[in-house]
Write a protein that binds this ligand. Structure first.
Ligand SMILES: NC(=O)c1ccc[n+]([C@@H]2O[C@H](COP(=O)([O-])OP(=O)(O)OC[C@H]3O[C@@H](n4cnc5c(N)ncnc54)[C@H](OP(=O)(O)O)[C@@H]3O)[C@@H](O)[C@H]2O)c1
Length: 229
């Protein structure tokens, strides 16, 4: 049973993808797929979230993570007594991040979720908290008990695949961008395994045309008995 009910946070994967489902160009590198429309819905998703999970490689390639800039969203969070930005939770096995990464200068609270064999102890420089990632169920349960109820997952593909493999993504929020990229960087890699329960039955809960011929699509996972959402 892949779920912890009660304390497990809700997970929303948020990505900008090309018309052919790629999240990065064939040659790799830091993808800059979405335009102003995508930026808008990305900030809305961040404003919804308590924390954002981001893969280590995405952080290394982009240097930092996305922030909420829109004053209305910041003001709404302030009125709700929430921090301006969701907590940025870097997901890593190696725990290796260059100390001069701009990420460490962003106005954020940073946590590190690290799979073994990373030795846990005092948080590495730049992180306020160091949590173990022995399994997703345990890690998500721990995040839930630390008050993290809503998580956005900002990619990349490896992180998305590891959550999809355990049927832990509750929502997929994809901004489809008017680009054809080809190549092998699908938002779920060719090696990704999706369990049968998560393969069909996704419900479309939002669709919105965005500026720049982009399209927001948001699906909720197939209902599973015993899962609250
Ligand atoms: N279009 C979009 O919306 C979008 C969004 C995000 C990223 N991207 C693109 O995606 C590419 C990066 O994606 P990626 O798939 O190469 O990398 P990624 O998923 O961002 O990061 C991979 C790394 O994250 C850590 N990691 C992932 N899953 C883990 C798990 N289950 N347990 C422990 N650690 C885990 C490992 O870190 P260590 O290496 O530290 O061990 C792994 O090497 C870039 O081209 C980026 O531009 C696009």
């Amino acid at each position: 049973m892949p779920y912890l009910t009660g304390t497990r946070p809700e997970l929303r994967l948020v990505l900008a993808v090309s018309l052919d489902g790629r999240l990065a160009p064939a040659e790799g590198g830091a993808a800059q797929l979405g335009g102003a429309g995508d930026r808008q819905v990305l900030e809305e998703a961040l404003a919804w979230a308590d924390a954002a999970l981001v893969g280590a490689e995405t952080l290394r390639r982009h240097g930092g993570t996305c922030l909420i800039h829109r004053p209305l969203l910041l003001e709404a969070r302030r009125r709700q007594g929430r921090s301006a930005q969701p907590i940025a939770i870097a997901v890593s096995r190696s725990g290796q991040f260059a100390a001069d990464l701009p990420f460490f200068r962003q106005p954020l609270v940073r946590w590190l979720l690290q799979a073994p064999p990373g030795a846990l102890g005092a948080p590495p420089e730049g992180f306020e908290r160091h949590l173990p990632l022995q399994s997703w169920c345990l890690a998500l349960g721990a995040l839930g008990s630390l008050g993290q109820r809503r998580l956005v997952v900002l990619g990349g593909a490896q992180l998305a695949a590891s959550l999809a493999a355990e049927d832990l993504l509750d929502e997929l929020q994809l901004t489809v961008c008017p680009r054809l990229l080809g190549g092998g960087h699908g938002w779920l890699s060719a090696a990704a395994r999706v369990p049968p329960a998560a393969r069909a039955g996704w419900r479309l809960v939002e669709h919105r045309a965005l500026p720049g011929d982009e399209l927001l699509l948001r699906w909720r996972r197939p209902e599973v008995q015993g899962v609250t959402s």
